[in-house]
Design a binder for this molecule. Structure first.
Ligand code: ATP
Ligand code: MN
Length: 452
């Protein structure tokens, strides 16, 4: 396989560079120039060919001066995804240093790539941002080639070394290094389709989570998570035990009293790294790791019988709120992103899981006792006919419920979205999706007083 050398040289547990996988080639051929500050400063010049990037390392970088002959050392083929790589490669790893996307665009081969490559003379036209016009690569010995600018009417830059920012992100080398401390997660396979009809890609989901991270992290961070992964864009896997260097890890006794490793998100790196690992739905515990045995987020899930009207479901949510109001418990509303609504109650009392569970069960019991024809606390489906199941069961230690702002892996990528109480009658349980959420995010945070 053409990318074997590439893969052999790298430890993908340590570097965020993409794994070498051969890809179908698009019609328009891409090229990229990456400025690479490694042991030696150089520019990597890469041409898409046969599903990989044929690559040369150019110590001085390309020059627009037709008299310059720039040494270009042929190196191993790189995977197509590599053209999106900007970031740092850890010290001590192969190519350790900082990589900047210095230029990118399309190119045309003036001839036949395979034949001309063998002959040792490639004539190309570049359609980049910084590199344009006709260029020739000439082989002279071993892996050594020369990159030469041909005469044409393109007016190029005098000194390309003056161009010190990324063509993609506008960042300098220093800034790329610094952002390492914020988000240094490189997303592989950004165009992978995760959901069909309409198509939603991994990149769409990454962008969504980056956009909501400030709003989402207060609910997500420092809580043990389970996620739903969808690595192939088809099958879902519910994961309890994730391993990822960006996550926090904690040993916790599980429901069988055995100690197990659990994981939690500490910051945006943890969130985005999980998405990079194809985790798209986030489910959280009712307590956080600093006070694991003091639950502080109670969730009531209203699960309607499949034939129940939306009107009755909404009345159910209102009935629940009226009970919580009577008990002086402040409550917050979110869509489930599926069939129901979730009512969330922040708990400030210092109580055990057992007490917490009993309180939530008691509240569900009040509903059932007061309106026995409308609500049930029994999880069995046959007891749900024409009723709403008030699911209090998730308020137990080690169980989870979907986090506010998490997307759901269902059609349209609906979001479990915090909404105002006054919006209950307007917003459907799966009404807010990755596609229509943007305007909503500009409004006042409907859960602003959650942590008061
Ligand atoms: P809906 O409105 O469609 O009912 P929901 O979030 O209320 O959405 P589910 O998606 O059915 O309900 O999730 C039910 C509960 O079970 C959630 O608390 C979730 O964290 C948890 N869960 C989901 N999948 C699994 C699984 N495979 N194993 C264990 N728990 C799961
Ligand atoms: Mn539900």
């Amino acid at each position: 396989m053409k990318l074997d050398n590439y893969n052999k040289k790298r430890n993908f547990n340590k570097t965020n560079e993409p794994k070498g996988i051969k890809k179908e080639t698009n019609k328009k051929l891409k090229f990229v120039v990456q400025h690479h500050l490694a042991r030696k400063d150089h520019y990597d010049f890469r041409l898409e060919h046969n599903g990989v990037l044929v690559s040369w390392a150019i110590p001085k970088g390309p020059s627009y001066n037709t008299k310059d002959k720039r040494l270009a050392v042929l190196v191993e083929d790189h995977p197509l995804d590599y053209r999106n790589f900007e970031g740092t490669i850890p010290k001590g790893e192969y190519g350790g240093g900082t990589v900047m996307i210095w230029d990118e665009g399309y190119y045309k081969i003036n001839g036949n790539f395979n034949k001309d490559f063998k002959k040792g003379s490639l004539k190309i036209t570049l359609y980049g941002n910084r590199l344009k016009g006709d260029w020739t690569l000439i082989h002279f010995k071993e892996n050594n080639w020369l990159l030469i600018k041909e005469k044409d009417n393109i007016k190029g830059f005098k000194n390309i070394n003056n161009l010190k920012t990324s063509i993609k992100t506008g960042r300098t080398m220093k800034e790329i290094e610094k952002t390492i401390k914020k988000i240094d997660i490189e997303i592989t396979n950004p165009n992978k389709i995760i959901l069909e009809n309409p198509k939603i890609t991994k990149k769409d989901i990454v962008n969504y989570y980056k956009k909501v991270s400030n709003l989402m992290l207060p609910y997500l961070e420092n809580r043990i998570i389970s996620t739903i992964r969808r690595p192939d864009g088809k099958n879902n896997f519910f994961m309890k035990h994730l391993d990822n260097k960006y996550l926090g890890k904690i040993k916790v006794k599980n429901e069988n009293n055995k100690k197990e490793d659990y994981y939690y998100i500490k910051d945006i790196n943890g969130l985005i790294s999980e998405v990079q690992m194809n985790s798209y739905e986030f489910h959280i515990w009712g307590s956080n790791i600093k006070h694991l045995e003091k639950p502080n987020m109670m969730v009531f899930d209203l699960d309607p019988d499949e034939h129940l009207s939306l009107k009755k479901l909404r009345d159910g949510v209102k009935d629940l709120k009226s009970i919580l109001d009577e008990l002086n418990l402040k409550s917050f509303l979110k869509t489930s992103g599926g069939k129901g609504y979730h009512v969330v109650v922040p708990i400030h009392m210092n109580i055990t899981w057992k007490k917490f569970r009993n309180i939530s069960k008691e509240i569900a019991n009040i509903m059932e006792t007061k309106w026995p024809d409308k609500y049930t606390t029994n999880i069995r489906l046959k007891n749900r006919k024409n009723k709403i199941f008030i699911d209090w069961v998730r308020n137990t230690r080690t169980s989870t419920s979907v986090a506010p702002y998490s997307i759901r892996l269902r059609k349209n990528a609906p979001i479990s979205m915090p909404i105002k109480w006054s919006e209950l009658d307007k917003v459907k349980p799966n009404g807010i999706t990755i596609k229509n959420v943007t305007n909503r995010l500009k409004r006042v945070n409907p859960w602003k007083s959650f942590f008061d």
